[in-house]
Ligand binder design. Sequence first.
Ligand code: ZN
Length: 565
Amino acid sequence: MRWSQSFIPTVREAPADAEVASHIFLLRAGYIRQVAAGLYEYLPLAWRSLLKIQAIVRREMDTIAQEFHMPALHPAELWQASGRWELMGGNLFRLKDRFQRDLCLGMTHEEAMAALAAKELRSYKQLPQIWYQIQTKFRDEPRPRSGLLRVREFIMKDAYSFDLNEAGLDVSYQKHDRVYRRIFDACGLRYVAVEAHSGAMGGSQSQEFMVLGEAGEDLVALCAACGYAANLEKAQAHPAPVADPEAAGGAPEEFATPHQRTIAEVSALTGEAPGRLAKSLVYMVEEESGPEAVLVVVRGDDEASEAKLGTALGGREFRPARPEEIVDATGAPPGSVGPVKARRPLRILADHALRGRHHLIVGANREGFHLRGVTPGEHFTPEWADLREVRSGNACTKCGAPLTVSKAIEIGHIFKLGRKYSHALGVSVQDEAGSAAEPIMGSYGIGIERILVAAIEQNCDKSGFWLPRSIAPYSVIVTPTNLGDAAIAAASERVVAALTAQGEDVLFDDRDERAGVKFKDADLIGIPRRITVGKKAAQGIVEVVDRATGAMREVEMSAIERADW
Ligand SMILES: [Zn+2]
């Protein structure tokens, strides 16, 4: 491809609202343009890269699955059957057809695939099935941002497995684990597989593939010593040790804290470390009988994880209580709430880190007062649960080394779904004994654009970025310094012809521009190697520049023609 005939609208400056590297460079390098918030046009360089990514995904997925193409437009009935028509709220793009029937734009295809399976699958002999597609998805994102990281329309590879039983699902899940690693390896990414939060909808095991980077919106805990890795929504660790006093038992003692509402303020007043305090939070949980207040207790120096709380609550809907609800349930406003002697008998969930602790300081459920000398199990009876959010420096539960918490971009997710959608959509087959059985499902996603975004975040500097060769729009750029020079022009054409014959995707920068301008553009647009054809072309020598390292070496043109460079 000749640059002079291609559409590569590079620009010097990105708009001020572009903050993460991938967003800035996708705009500056002429890969994308914005249509509206969270909606982008993919220009030729981006599309070439995204097609290469899709080709890798397709090649690897075809080794374990069959490709489909489902409609993006779904009848409301599909989503109503699973209950997600309500559950997805504002995230689902909804519309009506000319007959006023409700439709939505699919953000995922569990329902659609299960509905097809319900119509077609009859016997265990047809199982397992693994069905996938590479398709446009829609999500009415409240705050689109970070370029292609958080958008309203995007391309997903989504796959669904149907197995007769858990053992079969295990096999399908492991197949995806292996294939996903092959895909991300082939795309040249450095990534980690982390234990993920399964949610509470019957999912039993779940793993995310993450690329570490500041642009990421997920947090992962990592152990450099033993390799433990988990999404912060799921991660476990030992909290920093804290010593309780060796005091005798006895009743908790109330003391005045007229101006102390936060952990830091009570800690300062009492001279006790924040870890000696317990933090009490009130949530309203949707029970069959209506919203019920639940008290959540964690160590004073910990934060409660809402993802973990959701698991502990068995998937019930919940939200933080409003101040008047807190007073109604406990008798005290926020800041004086605690697990002992609430106004009404409350369900109490306490984090494991408080187990075995004694003589703690907690809110007294009386405005302006706290209690000291409170021992869980003695003065209040909680249900124990994993509720705390792991922090950097906490000790790994596997090996004891300190964990680090890092930002990360999710590029893929594999998930044991269970029978929720089979059940809701009526998927049923005859098992070996001739009885009806609901197949068990898995769900597996890869964000196609996220692979491109993550690759840019991993491989960039001030001047631009360089993509792994397998997913770069062009594998090499040929840059003549001066096409007015007949020797340089002739040598350039020879080099381009030789590289093309070798199967390289060549971008030939034949523009009538100064060499400096061409070098700048070449550094910007993501091509991993540059061949500069300059004055030494007359002696049969050109320069090969590696974009990642900047390393430059002189190579004989005859070597390039022999594919030995
Ligand atoms: Zn470890």
